[in-house]
Design a protein. Structure first.
Length: 656
């Protein structure tokens, strides 16, 4: 189809043109700009799409905002069902909104045949309900959910649905954030995204990887942007893909505000929430009573707020952004992230130590080009030091002071001062070497092939949390026995553990560490004139499956995220065993393999009676072009050569 003909068809099917002067007004009565019967005729032959469960005949979004941030967003999808798996998904719908400041209208859900014959014109069952707070890790919110059950959805039918979400009272005037993924994860026959704004407004726009141009025009005091395209293929996901890529097409927009304005807005909400009352002061004196230095004082307050104040998420109206006062948090014994950060900041300021609240996303991924409060869902604290800031997350009760949870590291954040002054910062990121897990299994192989020795494991950085969670509470006698059985039995069948030594997982100054004795496990078996010793940790042979998976996605389109390959961490596994006198090992070949994606080494050594096996991996960070896939596969192949699962032992005259 020529470009000219393709454009004519688009205008016929999606008749939004500058003559409309603004975005179409879509109501339960319909969409005047879309000819539904013509869209239905785009239905595909399912045999031509054997890998697809459904196809989007229309993916449509119409957005309207005013200068104060009020507005509406209407979404519509017309979905052709090709397989039963898709039918199951589209028989049930769920829509959510917050009635305190939003209104949701379910315009229609209907099921039709490709010729337009109506199978059902409305949901068979419709219910609206509150979202209850969970008993574990409760989230208190005023969000409502509308659930709809639809009948008649079968392979070969078309589901056509539309809903409108209106923003009636934005928390920050003029603030909004919206976006559109042209690649929706399915085949898309027609895609349209329209944004309607006051002519005087110039939003912040970020377009990514578009292979078509947007249209824009100004009519009757409104500025309208249109992104319209057709025949968007499904993009097949690829392993180890980076978030930043040159493939997926998207549009994101935000109001014309700035990060500084957002900081001032939050400072205004929190301005009267830092008072330290006599009740809080008395508790604070108790908390820091044993502190002798500035650092001791900060750590004592940090541990109190993070561990003794229970975390509960509170997202009720403006309470989703405005912290509660320290008096309230201390008296109730709980608070959410901003409550805890505020209590910590107020306490340190009261003690003469400068500290400030910090706004961020709990999972990273903030786009600095689009200032909006909607990009933030979390609050931590920053303590002023001679070198800059030390950041701490008061909801991460097992993260020591001076460290941040891995998901927050390297992310964008705002440090907010009491006067509203705002600093844009990048949160610190641990070095790869700081994220370390080291396991040492050492002991003696007895002449009958059983092992007697010890297991020792130490962790730091991102690798510490498994151990900290395991020992966050004292273990009962039965739990201790179960742990000993589990660890020892995973090393060698029949092994038993004893003499468990661990640490207090809630002590931020304690090194994450566990050790125990191990005995009785069958480590080696007699086979002819030799013994076969089983190594107590995995080899790299499983990488052959990963190689096959990577080759299945060649040629590659997505960039490669090195951090997703091995992880930005160091792992070391060491096995040291004293063999019986006169025994000799047939040593596998040691492997050394390095690449931009990380490094791997293994070593097999016998010195006297001691056999030592060491395997070490170190990950990397960085985003690499798709054409580096060959390097990654070559590295995997080099590592996969270390496939030793057993070591043959000559027992000499002492063997049986």
């Amino acid at each position: 189809m020529s470009t000219r003909t393709r454009g004519a068809v688009l205008l016929a099917l999606l008749s939004s043109t500058p003559a409309l002067a603004q975005a179409p007004r879509i109501t339960p009565a319909g969409d005047p700009s879309v000819r539904a019967d013509t869209i239905y005729r785009l239905a595909v032959d399912s045999t031509q799409f054997p890998e697809e469960a459904s196809v989007l005949l229309l993916d449509d979004g119409v957005v309207r905002y005013e200068a104060d941030g009020t507005g509406s967003t209407t979404y519509r999808q017309i979905v052709q069902i090709l397989k039963e798996s898709a039918a199951t998904n589209y028989r049930e719908f769920s829509f959510s909104y917050e009635p305190a400041h939003q209104k949701l209208t379910l315009n229609w859900i209907r099921v039709v045949k490709p010729d337009g014959e109506v199978i059902s014109d409305k949901p068979a069952q419709l219910q609206e309900s509150d979202v209850p707070a969970a008993m574990q890790s409760p989230v208190y919110t005023d969000r409502h959910v509308i659930r709809a059950s639809v009948s008649g959805v079968e392979p070969g039918t078309i589901v056509d649905y539309s809903y409108t979400l209106e923003e009636l009272k934005p928390y920050r005037s003029g603030d909004f954030l919206d976006g559109w993924f042209v690649n929706s994860g399915q085949q898309v026959k027609r895609s349209r995204y329209i944004v309607d704004l006051p002519a005087s407004m110039h939003p912040r726009l970020v377009e990514t990887n578009l292979d078509f141009a947007r249209k824009s025009y100004v009519r009757k005091g409104r500025r309208v942007y249109e992104w319209i395209t057709a025949n968007v293929p499904r993009v097949r996901p690829e392993p180890l893909a980076a978030d930043s890529n040159d493939v997926l097409m998207s549009v994101r927009l935000a109001g014309p505000g700035t990060w500084e304005q957002i900081g001032r807005w939050y400072a205004g909400l929190a301005r009267d929430r830092y008072a330290v009352t006599p009740t809080v002061d008395a508790k604070l004196k108790e908390v820091v009573a044993k502190a002798t230095t500035r650092e001791d004082t900060i750590r004592a307050v940090q541990r109190w707020v993070s561990q003794d104040i229970r975390y509960i998420s509170i997202d009720l109206g403006i309470g989703g952004y405005q912290p509660r006062a320290p008096e309230t948090v201390v008296s109730t014994g709980f608070g959410d992230c901003k409550d805890k950060a505020t209590l910590f900041v107020a306490s340190l300021n009261h003690l003469g130590i400068p500290a400030f609240p910090v706004l961020l996303s709990s999972t990273g991924g903030v786009d600095r080009r689009l200032p909006s409060i909607d990009q933030f869902d979390h609050a931590i604290a920053a303590v002023k030091t001679a070198q800059g800031y030390t950041f701490t997350d008061l909801t991460a009760d097992l993260t020591p002071y001076g460290q941040l949870p891995p998901a927050e590291q390297g992310g964008f954040a705002l440090v907010v001062h009491p006067d509203g002054a705002t600093e844009e910062v990048t949160l610190p990121q641990d070095s790869i070497g700081a994220n370390r897990l080291a396991t040492v299994i050492s002991g003696e192989l007895l002449p009958d092939g059983t092992f007697r020795g010890s297991f020792d494991e130490r962790a730091s950085g991102s690798q510490q949390y498994t151990l900290r969670n395991a020992f966050a509470q004292p273990l009962s006698e039965e739990q201790t026995k179960s742990l000993l059985r589990s660890v020892a039995g995973n090393l060698y069948p029949g092994a038993v553990g004893d003499s468990l030594q661990a640490f207090d997982g809630r002590d931020p100054l304690a090194t994450p560490h566990v050790s125990m004795g191990v005995s009785g496990g069958q480590a080696a078996k007699h086979s002819g004139d030799t013994w076969v010793l089983t190594l107590p940790f995995e080899n790299m042979a499983s990488l052959t499956n990963a190689i096959a998976e990577l080759k299945a996605h060649s040629p590659r389109r997505f960039t490669i995220d090195a951090a997703a390959v091995m992880g930005p961490r160091v792992t070391v596994h060491e096995f040291r065993v004293l063999l019986p006198p006169g025994w000799k090992a047939h040593l596998p070949k040691s492997v050394n393999a390095s690449s931009p994606f990380g490094s791997y080494s293994s070593e097999y050594v016998q010195e006297g009676r001691e056999l030592r096996v060491t395997r070490r991996t170190e990950g990397a960070r960085g985003v690499f072009a798709p054409d580096r896939l060959g390097e990654l596969i070559a590295w995997y192949r080099a590592m996969a050569e270390d496939d030793a699962q057993f070591i043959l032992l000559d027992a000499g005259s002492g063997g049986k």
